[in-house]
Design a protein around this ligand. Structure first.
Ligand SMILES: C[C@@H]1O/C(=N\OC(=O)Nc2ccccc2)[C@@H](O)[C@H](O)[C@@H]1O
Length: 473
């Protein structure tokens, strides 16, 4: 820190208030976080209320599907180009085979609708650099494949038609571009990288021009040392993108600050509009989220984003994915489930089955997800609380039924339980048994369903409810 302070100039150490008003000193940063606390505009509130999203990883890597010349690749299928048994030249020729005749964007969008996804994130360009849109700035795109047509445009149109917002995934790391460098060691590196930066800016502005209904960008591939030196460039580019589409939502994985820190700047303040650090993992407590907005992106197998024809290890069930979704919402996050279509553009049957099972549960219980977030009541073992931000209604999502069927509920003092009833069958009401001051048992009546967790609705007593809602918003 001493070095940093000297670097930034001791005079620049200034007192600043953190969102929770704790006094703190900060290092003056030119390219750190530009906002303390949450974005409160309507586009961000819409993002905050999604609950469930769909990630789609699709590209040339779906053609080999985790195998090459009869050998099985044990890594993440979309990283197969980096595998020692996959010659780069062989991978880079795969675009000549890209001709997904089963690609049906409207079918994908309909499936996402039945899943209950409110937004979708599509890989426009993954680390391999192959562009699923007709880019003016490279020949390494769909127009030079046998398929020959734009993929992104029809997807944006199909999802918009289903009322599902579209976000564009973009990997800064680009293994195909000759100017890409993971680190800048020589003068030649720096010169080449300047060309790469201009290419990156051109492609991003091009994407926003071509697909102006996109609501945000999901950046990836920004962990390399070379990019971490680009605080000023990234800051200027982020500003340009936000000016092009006002309200655009960009997470914490894009910009490095003046000292190369990502996700959180050198003062610990969140970069971007929400935290993108929860990848294949979830926060345990509300404190883990630091009170920020965040998303969790999740693979169905342990670690396969792109299509792998031979899923090994643990493949998550719909119950596991529903619990991750509910846990995310209970901690003010969005849960984004990944789909990896195959090389012909079909959604694999395992993902179709999961989408149907989760969709069945969402059909009945989406009220406990959409527009909901964290409730500051004491966490109980039977499952998770969510709270609707507008109505203040509380949802008990019960995963672990106690042996005695009694669900313990402990409310903050003086908050009672006005009405309690089954979400699925509101005519099934509950009379809470007060077992201690502000502590109740709710005796489950719901039959054990084979379709996932039951949800009980609580309408808390009015007088305190407003104050509670105000604080949590
Ligand atoms: C969503 C995933 O995002 C990635 N990587 O995400 C990371 O966050 N990688 C990472 C995480 C911690 C440290 C360094 C890199 C990609 O490599 C992967 O193919 C997939 O697109």
């Amino acid at each position: 820190l001493a070095v940093t302070l000297t670097g930034a100039g001791l005079g620049s150490v200034i007192a600043q208030k953190a969102p929770d008003n704790t006094p703190r000193t900060s290092i003056a940063l030119e390219h750190g976080s530009h906002r303390l606390g949450k974005r409160t505009d309507e586009m961000m509130q819409t993002w905050r209320n999604y609950g469930l999203g769909q990630f789609i990883h699709w590209g040339l890597y779906a053609i080999p599907g985790g195998h090459w010349e009869g050998k099985y690749y044990g890594g993440a299928a979309e990283w197969i180009r980096s595998w020692k048994d996959m010659p780069n030249e062989a991978y880079d020729e795969l675009y000549k085979e890209f001709d997904p005749q089963n690609f049906d964007p409207r079918a994908w969008a309909k499936q996402a609708k039945s899943l209950g996804a409110k937004y979708m994130i599509i890989t426009t360009k993954h680390h391999d650099g192959f562009c699923l849109w007709p880019s003016e700035y490279t020949d390494y795109d769909v127009t030079n494949s046998p398929y020959g047509k734009d993929i992104i445009g029809p997807l944006v149109e199909a999802y918009d038609a289903e009322g599902i917002d579209v976000y564009l995934y973009f990997s800064v790391m680009d293994w195909n571009h000759l100017g890409y460098r993971s680190k800048l060691e020589t003068e030649e590196d720096r010169e080449a990288y300047e060309g790469f930066k201009e290419f990156t800016r051109n492609q991003l502005l091009e994407l926003l021009d071509l697909y102006p209904t996109t609501k945000g960008l999901w950046f990836d591939g920004t962990w390399d040392a070379a990019w971490k030196e680009q605080a000023a460039f990234a800051d200027k580019l982020e500003t340009e993108m936000r000016e092009k589409i006002p309200g655009l939502i960009i997470g914490s994985r894009f910009r490095p600050d003046d000292y190369g820190n990502r996700h959180f700047d050198s003062n610990g303040d969140l970069m971007g509009d929400y935290e993108q650090g929860w990848e294949r993992k979830l926060p345990e407590t509300f404190e883990d989220t630091k009170g920020n907005d965040w998303d969790c992106v999740m693979t169905v197998p342990e670690n396969q984003w792109g299509y792998h024809s031979d899923w090994r290890g643990h493949v998550k069930t719909s119950f596991e994915l529903i619990e991750m979704l509910v846990k995310s919402v209970s901690l003010n996050g969005n849960f984004v489930m990944n789909f990896g279509p195959d090389g012909q553009g079909s959604i694999r049957e395992e993902e179709t089955k999961l989408a149907a099972e989760i969709g069945d549960w969402m059909d009945v219980n989406h009220e406990a997800i959409y527009g909901c977030g964290y409730l500051d009541w004491k966490k109980q073992d039977w499952g998770y609380y969510t709270k609707n931000r507008e109505t203040g209604k509380v949802y008990m999502v019960v995963f672990n039924r106690p042996l005695n069927g009694a669900l313990r509920v402990k409310t903050p003092s003086k908050i009672g339980l006005e009405k309690v009833y089954s979400l699925k069958e509101p005519s099934v009401t509950y009379e809470p048994e007060e077992v201690h001051k502000d502590e109740y048992f709710i005796h489950l009546k719901e039959s054990k369903t084979s379709k996932g967790p039951v949800v009980i609705v609580i309408e808390p007593t009015k007088e305190k409810q407003q104050e509670g809602t105000e604080y949590q918003k």
